[in-house]
Design a protein around this ligand. Structure first.
Ligand SMILES: [Zn+2]
Length: 217
């Protein structure tokens, strides 16, 4: 894996960071540290929250609860004046049937000078793959840089053949950004707590590292 050095952004090129999240928590797991680093540089951050993640369990009202957790998480990563959330309310679990809509949403929320980050197009979860594939289609658009963060790929890919190992670049996080990410992840109580959490400790361990990884097309 190549090291990108201390920072991913090109100050002469990027105006905003746009992060596409299939479910509330993906933006924090995959790019929370990068969001915090962008905020420290006063770079505006837009999180495109595609679903509310309402199908993760059968809890009544889970979508609203998870959206609230997302807002709380982002407050840990960046002040309200720097970040904003676009709530799309697409169906959790149904994004692979919404490919054209995903492309249209991402097109409308990105502009020249943006760095767009999305889950890896081959992450292994159908919603993640659909959003990553939609983002990949924007990579040819002039002035937009696109990168991909692994979530489930950390656990499901064979490292000997994974695009993460072959093309991933390490983004080193400052101690302050790592700490902000830890506080942000703690906001997702609905996913991380209880007797049988959706995101168990052995899954979360990987996301406590002092770096994040971005794969570039
Ligand atoms: Zn997800």
């Amino acid at each position: 894996m190549r090291n990108m050095g201390p920072w991913i952004f090109d100050a002469n090129r990027h105006r905003r960071l746009v992060v596409a999240a299939p479910h509330p928590d993906d933006e924090t797991l995959g790019a929370g540290g990068i969001i915090a680093e962008a905020s420290r540089r006063s770079l505006p951050v837009v999180v495109v929250s595609l679903t509310d993640g309402e199908a993760a369990t059968d809890e009544v009202g889970l979508g609203d609860r998870r959206h609230g957790e997302l807002l709380a998480s982002l407050r840990c990563l960046a002040p309200p004046g720097v970040q904003r959330v676009v709530r799309c309310r697409l169906p959790d679990g149904g994004l692979s049937e919404r490919r054209e809509e995903l492309i249209a949403i991402l097109r409308s929320e990105t502009d020249a000078g943006d760095l767009l980050l999305a889950p890896l197009y081959c992450d292994g979860h159908p919603d993640h793959d659909a959003v990553g594939t939609a983002a990949l289609s924007l990579a040819a658009q002039p002035g937009i840089d696109v990168g991909f963060f692994p979530i489930w790929a950390w656990h499901w890919h064979d490292p000997s053949v994974s695009v993460v190992a072959a093309g991933g670049r390490r983004i080193e996080l400052s101690p302050a950004s790592s700490a902000a990410k830890a506080r942000a992840l703690a906001c997702f109580v609905s996913q991380t707590c209880g007797a049988d959490p959706v995101l168990p400790h052995h899954f979360l361990d990987r996301f406590g590292d002092s770096y994040e990884v971005v794969v570039q097309p």
